[in-house]
Ligand binder design. Structure first.
Ligand SMILES: [Zn+2]
Ligand SMILES: [Zn+2]
Length: 280
C-alpha cells in the first residue's frame, strides 16, 4: 500500500534541505503524494512541484501556521488551499513580520549576555525570508557559544530561557479562518504539543472544530502506536479528517526521515481523497 507524507520542512523555513532534495528523498521512500508545510511561507511549493512532476509525485499545497490559543502555542496545518491567493499571502507576510520583530530583540538580549552575533549572520544562515530561532541557534553553534542546537534552546532561546522573547502570534481561530477562506483544510498539528489528552483534548478539539477546524494530525513522526490509535479514536469521535506526516526538518533532527519518521511511520495514501474532497 502506498504511503504519503503531509508534513515536511525545507530551507524556506527551518528545514535544512531545499524542496527538490526533499522531493527526491520522498521518491526514495516510496511516497506518492506529499505536502511541503513550511512555517508561515508557501514559496517552496512551486519548486517542489517542478521537482515532483518529473518523478510522478503529487504535491499537495501545504503550510504550517503558528498561533496562540489561551496562552498556548498551537500549530495549524493547511492543505489544498489556493496558495497564490493574495489575501492569504498577505496573512503569511504578516506572520513572518512578527518573527522579524522578535529576532532583533532576541539578538539584543544575547548581546547583553555577552554573545556576539549579527542579524545578517542569522539571515545568511536562513537563506530565505522565513527566519527564526533555529537559525539563531545554528549561528550560536557555529560560533562555539554552545555545542548543539538543543543547548542553545535550553540556555538561551527556549520559553523562559535567558534570551527568550515571546512572539506575537495570531489567534488559532484566526489562522483557521485564513485557511478556510483560501479554500483549504485546517488541521491541528502534532496534538502532543497541546500537553493535554483525554477529555481536555477532546474539549479543545471540539472547540476548534466549532471555529472551523476540519482535521487532526493522527499519524506523526514520533507518535507511538498507542498515541496514534488514541488520536485516531478522537478524530472518529469528532468526525475530523485524519492526516499524517513526518515533520521532517533534515539535519536539525536527523532521527526523523521523510515518509518514515523514526522508521515505523506509514501514512496511508487513502487519507488523501477525503482531504481533497473537504477543500472547496
Ligand atoms: Zn509544528
Ligand atoms: Zn512542522
Amino acid at each position: 500500500m502506498a504511503r504519503i507524507d503531509l508534513h515536511l520542512h525545507t530551507t524556506y523555513s527551518d528545514g535544512s534541505l531545499p524542496p527538490a532534495e526533499v522531493v527526491a528523498l520522498a521518491h526514495q521512500a516510496g511516497v506518492t503524494a506529499m505536502a511541503i508545510t513550511d512555517h508561515d511561507i508557501v514559496d517552496g511549493i512551486p519548486h517542489a512541484m517542478e521537482a515532483a512532476s518529473k518523478l510522478g509525485i503529487e504535491i499537495v499545497p501545504g503550510v504550517e501556521l503558528s498561533s496562540r490559543h489561551n496562552g498556548q502555542e498551537l500549530h495549524v496545518l493547511g492543505y489544498f488551499f489556493d496558495w497564490q491567493e493574495p489575501t492569504f499571502q498577505a496573512h503569511l507576510a504578516q506572520q513572518r513580520l512578527s518573527r522579524h520583530v522578535r529576532n532583533p530583540q532576541t539578538i539584543e538580549r544575547l548581546h547583553t549576555l555577552g554573545l556576539e552575533l549579527s542579524e545578517d549572520e542569522v539571515k545568511a544562515k536562513a537563506g530565505s525570508d522565513s527566519i527564526g530561532r533555529p537559525h539563531i541557534a545554528q549561528v550560536l553553534v557555529d560560533k562555539g557559544y554552545v555545542s548543539h542546537v538543543q543547548e542553545a534552546f535550553d540556555r538561551y532561546l527556549g520559553e523562559g530561557a535567558a534570551a527568550y522573547v515571546p512572539r506575537t502570534l495570531a489567534d488559532t481561530h484566526e489562522v483557521i479562518t485564513w485557511i478556510r477562506n483560501a479554500g483549504g483544510v485546517p488541521v491541528l498539528a502534532h496534538p502532543t504539543w497541546t500537553r493535554c489528552q483525554g477529555e481536555p483534548l477532546y474539549r479543545l478539539c471540539a472547540h476548534l472544530k466549532e471555529a472551523g477546524l476540519l482535521g487532526l494530525e493522527v499519524f506523526y513522526g514520533t507518535h507511538t502506536r498507542q498515541q496514534t490509535s488514541r488520536y485516531l479514536e478522537l478524530a472518529k469521535r469528532l468526525d475530523l479528517l485524519v492526516t499524517g506526516g513526518s515533520d521532517f526538518h533534515g539535519a536539525a533532527n536527523p532521527a526523523i526521515q521523510v515518509g518514515r519518521g523514526k522508521g515505523t511511520l506509514k501514512v496511508p495514501a487513502a487519507l488523501l481523497e477525503p482531504l481533497r474532497r473537504a477543500a472547496r
